[in-house]
Design a protein around this ligand. Structure first.
Ligand code: MUC
Ligand code: MN
Length: 386
């Protein structure tokens, strides 16, 4: 287990009042083009939150997007505006360890805005953790594990490049599960691409796919058995987020591989609806969807109650957002599907002094207090929007 006995001077503990919140938009280039069904990115945009307490501690948090407001409704521009105008003013003066009260204030100040709220709540846990000298995980139930299996996503759309990329990851013992992004081209073209990947990696890697809502029910009914025949272990969000009924009907058909709910589950109410409809085998947990670490735990609790497996989702976060996810993922008794926080490795640069460590097919929890990583101010300035 990581060392959690770091001590900091008593005077730093004194005043947890939230004094200021600063938000900065950054754009960090990626090492290659990342293609999803609905968008394609060559840079990742985040809002970085720095939240200062009266005791001097500064907590950090990150809100990720994917292709502007295309993956979900929040863009970095909207998040910054809503943080500065509505969310931050609602919190000034509140004691930072009153996490639920902070959530209630933010919900009263702005509807949804889940990624923006998550970045602020992350910064609260980071600031309090730093103040107390403990990892945020200790405030969330305590660690069950100090590393998490991590997959890599293949999303260039070019199977030759993707096989070569997967081979490099396997050889370096970084990743042996690969998520393939599909839905940007016709289903038959994706199936041909997957056939090539499955043949090239057979017996050496596990494949899952993410259609990002690209298929209608008829297309999904036709293609899902073919994915099962190829040995695809999990199929993420094959149909539009609103179509829980289709997910349930597809899941009940013989020959359908396990289904992973992503865009159809934002809050715990969504999770309950998916569970009641028996519409998924697993759920992808993400701070940007669930509004924070506590919201993520609530969604996970509903899933656990329904026997739905937990999958540690991402939105290509840097080491800041990834570290926050790891703090909460580390507290789950079961994390059946591991996680996909490869984000720090797809960026040309990170935003922290010491990036997360990837080794032996796992991403390792940092052992410092709070979320465990330190914002690199020089890098923040380098990638900040003018
Ligand atoms: O899962 C998503 O929909 C979003 C994201 C996560 C990894 C990736 O490549 O895209
Ligand atoms: Mn997804």
């Amino acid at each position: 287990m990581p060392d959690s006995t770091i001590t900091i001077p008593a005077d730093l503990r004194r005043d947890l009042a939230i004094e200021s919140v600063r938000s900065t938009i950054v754009d960090v280039p990626t090492v290659r083009r990342h293609k999803l069904s609905q968008t394609s990115v060559t840079a990742q945009s985040y809002v970085i939150v720095e939240l200062r307490l009266a005791n001097g501690a500064v907590g950090i948090g990150e809100a990720a997007t994917l292709g502007g407001p295309r993956w979900s409704e929040e863009s970095v521009e909207a998040m910054k505006a809503n943080i500065d105008t509505y969310l931050a003013p609602a919190l000034i003066g509140l004691a930072a360890d009153r996490f639920e009260a902070a959530g209630a204030r933010m919900d009263a100040a702005a509807k949804r805005n889940n990624a923006a709220k998550a970045a602020i709540e992350t910064a609260l846990f980071d600031a309090v953790g730093k103040t107390l000298g403990i990892p945020a995980a200790l405030l969330l139930g305590g660690m069950v594990r100090d590393s998490v299996p991590v997959l890599w996503t293949l999303a260039s759309g070019d199977p030759d490049q993707e096989i070569e990329e997967a081979e490099r990851k396997l050889a370096a013992r970084l990743h042996d599960t690969f998520k393939v992004k599909i839905g940007a081209q016709a289903p038959e073209a994706d199936l041909a691409r997957l056939r090539r990947l499955a043949a090239a990696l057979e017996g050496r890697a596990r494949l899952i796919v993410d259609a990002n809502q690209a298929w209608d029910e008829t297309t999904a009914a036709r293609c899902l058995p073919q994915l099962a025949e190829l040995g695809i272990a999990l199929v993420e969000q094959p149909v539009p987020a609103w179509n829980i009924g289709a997910m349930a009907r597809l899941r009940a058909r013989p020959g359908t591989p396990p289904l992973l709910a992503d865009e159809c589950v934002f809050d715990a109410h969504d999770m309950l609806a998916v569970a009641q409809a028996a519409a998924a085998d697993a759920v992808s947990l993400k701070l940007v969807k669930h509004g924070g670490l506590l919201g993520l735990k609530k969604v996970a609790a509903v899933a656990e109650a329904a026997g739905i497996g937990l999958y540690g989702g991402c939105l290509l976060e840097s080491s800041i957002g990834a570290a926050a996810h790891l703090q909460v993922f580390s507290t789950f008794r079961e994390l059946a599907w591991g996680c996909e926080h490869f984000g720090p490795q797809i960026l040309v640069d990170d935003l922290v002094e010491e990036p997360l460590r990837f080794a032996d097919f796992q991403v390792h929890l940092p052992s410092r207090p709070g979320i465990g990583v330190t914002l690199d101010q020089a890098r923040l300035r380098r990638y900040a929007r003018p």
